[in-house]
Design a protein around this ligand. Structure first.
Ligand SMILES: Cc1cc2nc3c(=O)[nH]c(=O)nc-3n(C[C@H](O)[C@H](O)[C@H](O)COP(=O)(O)OP(=O)(O)OC[C@H]3O[C@@H](n4cnc5c(N)ncnc54)[C@H](O)[C@@H]3O)c2cc1C
Length: 480
């Protein structure tokens, strides 16, 4: 058998490192596009009755998760309409509708901290046909939805307690060759075991081991925002009597702090994230208090670290009664962590396209646009679609090699994700009234600036249909 015949008869093996929201969606998308898509430009397609392409090389997807089980901590996550659209296209729409909260037409009402008077109300993106709408949900529910679909569809083999320690790229002879791309990728796990793959997708989050191996020095930099977040979930039933607003999506704005809530789990629960800036840019302390400095130094970036509720009480003293009621219902040990992001990366694929970054590993962003998970969903969708064109033998030169396919993925996704990444930093400073312009203004004078900047701010995230962008870029003539 010739080399290429041998290659085609073996499955193309995809290793996904990290089974969070980004990794699991990526697995589902690759499986979905490989088995169900017939796209214009895929001349190699020979579609039989059930939509499978006869000529496509088969695939095998393995997800390697470091934790002992697939589990998300019980906080909420906003799935914007841009990402909700993709979940529906993947057949997850009914499940998503079931677990999501309903924003009732309001993304967030921004309110004065001391009396809840409305500063500005930012409308939700309009619902689309087929129940496609903004879908805030519990992270654990979303992960369960993805896991159930993977199992039901047989989309991927799910491994646990497989912490990736490193990857090396082998050339066709099996020798280590980081520059090449001819051969397979060799994975080493912390438990001493190994595996090989034709493509490795690093979905291992903000502290990505995969990224750290290929992006080094000044190009690989985590950035402290100076902000911490307290997190909790409270039952809406306990708040409902006397709740003064028509919906559950509110942000109370103070100087250097904001308190945010939105509904999840079909509005049975309220997700709480309360942000406080402890250091401004350049490391300057708010109020220059030594005890604040020490406190901040000791706070971990870990998403599972906890604190005493008294800290939330102290940081949000003076906020209006609805906030105090919510705090009173939070766990006595709420979550608390530092909020960091990452400097934008110049490249997302390496080793001849055999290693690629997805989700927070590629573009960890601050949570202030509620868009990080949505961007990882867009990554997974596009990666799956592009890979299916490559493996399906598309005649389009953009998918001729694995490297050109990963370059296409990067060309489409990197600019948009980095725009959201940059906008998220600005949003955080807007909500805390500490942009450069606002730092010269009083609380009172900052509010009209905030209102004006928020009106159209989310539009570019929600309105882009990434499938349309994909088709446009695929069909563009190559610039010679
Ligand atoms: C406070 C806060 C609030 C947020 N709110 C929102 C929001 O409202 N809306 C939104 O869209 N986004 C939000 N985000 C961001 C969002 O949660 C992430 O962008 C999203 O979950 C995508 O992450 P990911 O799957 O790429 O990485 P992660 O969710 O970090 O998952 C990475 C996975 O990889 C595993 N892993 C790590 N290292 C290894 C290894 N070496 N080997 C194997 N497995 C490994 C981890 O255990 C984990 O399961 C928020 C983030 C924070 C911090």
């Amino acid at each position: 058998m010739s080399n290429s015949q041998e290659e085609r008869s073996e499955p193309f093996r995809i290793a996904i490192i990290g089974g969070g929201i980004g990794g699991l969606f990526c697995a589902l998308s690759i499986h979905h596009h490989h088995h169900h898509s017939t796209m214009p430009g895929q001349d190699g397609d020979d579609v039989n009755g059930n939509g499978h392409s006869k000529s496509k090389r088969t695939i095998q997807i393995d997800v390697y998760e470091q934790a002992p089980q697939y589990r998300e901590i019980g906080a909420g996550v906003g799935i914007g309409i841009n990402a909700a659209r993709l979940l529906h296209r993947l057949g997850l729409g009914p499940g998503l509708v079931q677990i999501a909260g309903q924003r009732q037409g309001t993304w967030f009402a921004f309110r004065r901290h001391e009396d809840s008077a409305e500063i500005v109300s930012v409308p939700d993106a309009e619902a689309e046909p087929g129940d496609v709408r903004q879908s805030p949900c519990a992270r654990s529910d979303l992960l369960e939805l993805f896991l159930a679909a993977i199992r039901e569809r047989g989309a991927a083999a799910l491994h646990t307690e497989k912490a990736c320690a490193g990857v090396s790229v082998l050339n066709a002879d099996g020798d280590g060759d980081e520059r090449g791309g001819g051969g397979r990728v060799h994975l080493q796990f912390r438990d001493g075991t190994t595996a090989t793959a034709d493509l490795v997708a690093g979905c291992d989050g903000v502290h990505s081991v995969v990224r750290d191996q290929f992006v080094t020095g000044a190009n690989n930099k985590s950035v402290e925002s100076g902000m911490i977040a307290y997190r909790g979930i409270v039952p809406t039933a306990a708040l409902a009597p006397g709740w003064p607003f028509a919906h559950w999506s509110n942000i109370w704005v103070g100087k250097h702090r904001h308190f945010l809530s939105y509904p999840i789990t079909g509005n049975a629960q309220l997700n709480i994230v309360a942000f406080v800036t402890k250091r401004l840019g350049g490391g300057r302390l708010i109020g220059d208090r030594e005890d604040e400095a020490n406190k901040y130094k000791n706070i971990r970036e870990s998403w599972s670290s906890l604190c005493d509720r008294d800290e939330v009480v102290a940081d949000f003293a003076g906020f209006d009664e609805p906030v105090q009621r919510i705090i009173g219902l939070m766990d006595e040990r709420p979550g608390r962590w530092r909020i960091n992001d990452h400097e934008p990366l110049a490249r997302w694929h390496f080793a001849g396209g055999r290693v690629v970054l997805v989700g927070d590993a590629a573009h960890a962003m601050l949570p202030h646009m509620g868009a990080g998970a949505g961007q990882s969903v867009e990554d997974g969708w596009i990666l799956g679609r592009a890979l299916s064109e490559h493996l399906g033998g598309s005649s389009n030169e953009k998918f001729q090699s694995l490297e050109s396919t990963m370059q296409f993925y990067q060309d489409l996704r990197l600019p948009r994700a980095q725009k959201v990444q940059a906008a998220s930093r600005v949003s955080g400073n807007l909500y805390e009234l500490q942009t450069e312009e606002m730092s010269r203004l009083s609380y009172e004078d900052s509010l009209p600036v905030l209102a004006e900047s928020l009106r159209e701010r989310m539009k570019f995230v929600w309105s882009e249909d990434i499938d349309d962008s994909y088709s446009r870029m695929r069909d563009e003539e190559a610039v010679r």
